[in-house]
Design a binder for this molecule. Structure first.
Ligand SMILES: Nc1ncnc2c1ncn2[C@@H]1O[C@H](COP(=O)(O)OP(=O)(O)OP(=O)(O)O)[C@@H](O)[C@H]1O
Ligand SMILES: [Mg+2]
Length: 216
């Protein structure tokens, strides 16, 4: 792709918002587009690392890391010539999240589209400010209902509470994600024509475009 490695950090201090789902699916998506991808799991729960150990694609490497090693593991991916690094973080906004953010090209704060969940990501917004990456931060609304006003209301709440933009691509609620997680595959392998596959394809396009041009 380019001679510069893009580091995409997936954050969200609200547990279960969908960080590991989005991180693994994004990494799978870029690897399937023949971009050399390193998925780094800095969450001690190890969900992404476990998923990645079963994902079969030569363009994806999976690496666990922790606070003392995260910066070095990201740097090694960079010097090794990776096109894309995706970092899956835990729900705690701790030192390893800050270290990962400091090395990031783009930060996605994953949140479900409810008022509680949007209020719940305040610590993630704060740590993005502290790490100096707020101008590279978007909130990604995940597990959205296909119909109704909730996502639009959530987007307004993100703007009102944090002055942050939401990613223009929203990810709908779909069981395909659970199957993809259980079987270490990309959602398109679960249901090629499903909404989840379409959403991830659109999100991957948007991420690749945005790492090139920034918020503009
Ligand atoms: N878009 C979606 N549609 C339906 N289910 C989803 C979606 N995104 C995530 N899930 C489900 O929600 C649960 C939590 O997702 P996930 O583990 O990705 O969250 P997380 O933010 O990584 O959690 P943690 O804070 O524990 O690391 C999982 O069962 C996952 O399959
Ligand atoms: Mg997780």
């Amino acid at each position: 792709m380019s001679n510069r490695t893009a580091v995409i950090t997936v954050t969200g201090n609200k547990g279960g918002g969908g960080k590991s789902t989005i991180a693994t699916q994004l990494a799978a998506g870029t690897a399937m587009r023949a971009l050399s991808t390193v998925l780094i799991d800095v969450d001690p729960q190890g969900s992404a690392a476990e998923w990645g150990s079963g994902f079969e694609d030569d363009d994806l490497i999976v690496q666990p890391a922790d606070a003392p090693t995260a910066a070095r593991v990201i740097e090694t991916a960079r010097t090794g010539g990776a096109d894309i690094v995706v970092v899956d973080t835990g729900a705690k906004s701790d030192a390893v999240v800050q270290t990962s953010l400091e090395a990031s090209t783009l930060n996605l704060i994953v949140a479900r589209p409810s008022r509680f969940d949007i209020k719940g990501i305040a610590a993630s917004v704060e740590i993005a400010r502290k790490a100096g990456v707020i101008d590279r931060t978007w909130v990604l609304l995940n597990a959205c209902p296909h119909y109704g006003q909730r996502p639009a209301e959530a987007e307004a709440a993100v703007q009102e509470l944090y002055g942050l933009p939401c990613c223009p691509v929203r990810v709908d609620r779909s069981e395909d994600f659970e199957h993809a997680a259980n079987n270490s595959v990309h959602v398109s392998r679960v249901n090629r024509k499903g909404q989840a596959a379409a959403d991830m394809s659109e999100l991957t396009d948007w991420v690749l475009k945005t790492i090139k041009k920034g918020r503009g």
